[in-house]
Design a protein around this ligand. Structure first.
Ligand SMILES: O=C(O)CNC(=O)[C@H](CS)NC(=O)CCC(=O)C(=O)O
Length: 279
């Protein structure tokens, strides 16, 4: 199946971001992609204090726009994340939405791990102040040209927590989405290594569209939207600029890899310290 990652540099201008998303989705569909995945915060990327006022429920105008794009182009469309209103009036959810080609919402994943970290000298991000963490792992399906794949959904900083990827793989995931707004300094240091490890250890396709360029203040993202296959090979990467990364995902090759080296069945959990007389 042919998939596309869309790389953008989102700002506080929702209308402009949505227009760019529409153009990139159109370009991906013209090139034969049946599934287009956008980065974290595709419709809006701004400072914490600006998030709450633009937060919307699932049936708000932002998601409606993506539903229209999916329907018009007849593609699966994954909105990496948007600011969803939460039960806490002081915080939003950071929510990924998976849409089917008829525009229906097939899956909703709320980011679990929140990025509270000092990035470098002048940039500290405290995501938990403005975002309420999710508590559920979410899987969904893509069916393209009679090929079906099970997909596990994650977001950005989740990438640093391998246990949820293993859990998704054990629950049947063959592909993992990691839409991100990975920062420039941490991206340079860790992005490709972590993604490639998640792909190899779980024998999954890893689909990771990232924000790139400058957003506001000193906030910049690493770009390098990339697709790794279950062997760890890079199927396509866009270092910078708005654009799409296309790849044909070979599910048959994945089955061969999993058959010849069945790591997911070799896992040994619950090991105990040996008894004294066994040593
Ligand atoms: O805050 C927003 O508006 C949108 N959310 C994000 O951009 C999130 C939380 S600040 N970014 C990350 O998780 C980057 C993780 C990262 O860069 C790393 O793990 O190194």
């Amino acid at each position: 199946m042919r998939v596309a990652l869309a790389q953008i540099a989102s700002t506080r201008d929702i209308e402009d971001n949505l227009r760019t998303c529409g153009q990139l989705a159109e370009s991906a569909a013209e090139q034969g992609a049946g599934w287009v995945i956008f980065p974290e915060c595709a419709p809006f990327l701004g400072p914490d204090r600006d998030k709450l006022p633009i937060a919307e429920p699932l049936d708000g105008p932002q998601i409606q726009t993506y539903q229209t794009i999916a329907r018009e182009l007849g593609v699966y469309l994954t909105v990496g994340s948007f600011a969803e209103t939460s039960p806490d009036p002081t915080r939003t959810f950071n929510t990924q939405i998976h849409l089917t080609p008829d525009g229906a919402i097939a899956a909703i994943y709320r980011k679990i791990h929140l990025f509270d970290a000092k990035v470098d000298g002048d940039l500290t991000l405290m995501e938990s102040k403005s975002v309420m963490g999710g508590r559920e792992l979410v899987l969904t399906d893509v069916l393209l040209k009679q090929e079906q794949a099970r997909v596990g959904l994650t977001i950005c900083y989740d990438l640093r927590f391998p246990e949820i990827y293993r859990e998704l793989a054990l629950r049947g995931a063959e592909m993992l989405t990691v839409p991100s707004a990975f920062t420039l300094p941490t991206g340079r240091a860790h992005w490709h290594t972590l993604l490639r490890a998640r792909a190899i250890e779980n024998q999954c396709f890893v689909l990771a569209p990232n924000q790139w360029g400058h957003h506001y203040g000193s906030r910049a993202s690493f770009g390098n939207s990339v697709i790794y296959d279950p062997w760890g090979d890079c199927l396509g990467c866009l270092e910078e600029g708005n654009g799409v990364v296309l790849a044909d995902l070979n599910l048959e090759r994945q089955r061969e890899i999993r058959q010849s080296m069945p790591v997911l069945t070799h896992q040994r959990l619950g090991l105990r310290a040996p008894d004294a007389d066994e040593v």
